[in-house]
Design a protein around this ligand. Structure first.
Ligand code: GTP
Ligand code: MG
Length: 206
């Protein structure tokens, strides 16, 4: 197990990555043998696309225009040293209540208890304002002292001037500092070097 995996040395370009497992309940979690980064956000915000971009594999994680594509915790092992975990999206109205509650229970218990979890990347759409469920998640993660990195994605869909303006609105809504967030696009790769530098900071904490 490595405590000093360098995101900037391995991610953002072709790297060794393998799908390990899909987890539908916490008894199926793989042993916490590697540092771990989880990716959370509303359905369809672009979590799976961001992971694909990070490992430079277009089709590794399934992406869909239909919200609710990812329904389990999906573990990807990078360079035999780091787990990336794609979480199911929240805020998808069509999911039956029972399933929604099960998801919520499983994910919150995973986030709360997973000892190898170094950081939760919370992904929001740069075009949108602060959504209640995102704020709830961020507030709860802060309360349980999990390090958070905000990623404001789909930047390619906005004009340059508008990006900074929207980012500042989101910063104040979530109560995060500029240094705790990254403006990103999975389509163009904008913000990749900022994202890798931020992940390195979290992975350095032994
Ligand atoms: P769920 O698994 O349903 O929760 O969705 P997700 O958050 O994993 O989103 P996914 O990566 O499947 O992307 C949803 C849609 O947004 C797809 O059509 C993607 O192509 C598109 N998308 C994701 N990121 C970007 C981006 O940075 N720019 C643009 N233009 N489209 C994006
Ligand atoms: Mg997905």
């Amino acid at each position: 197990m490595s405590d000093q995996f360098s995101a900037s040395a391995s991610l953002g370009k072709s790297c060794g990555v393998e799908f390990i497992t899909s987890v539908f309940n916490n008894s199926q979690l793989p042993p916490p043998d590697y540092p771990e980064i989880a990716f959370a956000g509303r359905s369809n915000v672009g979590k799976s696309s961001l992971i694909n971009k990070l490992v430079n594999r277009r089709g590794l994680v399934k992406v869909s225009a239909r919200p609710g594509k990812t329904q389990s915790l999906n573990f990807f092992l990078v360079e035999d040293n780091l787990y990336l975990v794609d979480l199911p999206g929240y805020g998808f109205a069509k999911v039956p209540k029972k399933v929604k509650n099960d998801w919520h229970g499983m994910i919150s218990s995973y986030l709360e208890k997973r000892e190898s979890l170094r950081c939760v990347v919370v992904i929001v759409d740069l075009r949108h304002g602060v959504k209640e469920q995102d704020l709830e998640l961020v507030t709860w993660l802060q309360m349980i002292n999990l390090p958070i990195l905000m990623v404001y994605t789909k930047a390619d869909k906005l004009k340059r001037g508008q990006r900074q303006q929207n980012a500042m609105t989101l910063d104040s809504g979530f109560g995060v500092d500029r240094s705790e967030r990254v403006i990103f696009s999975s389509k163009t790769g904008e913000g990749m070097s900022d994202l890798l530098a931020a992940l390195d900071r979290y992975l350095d904490i032994s």
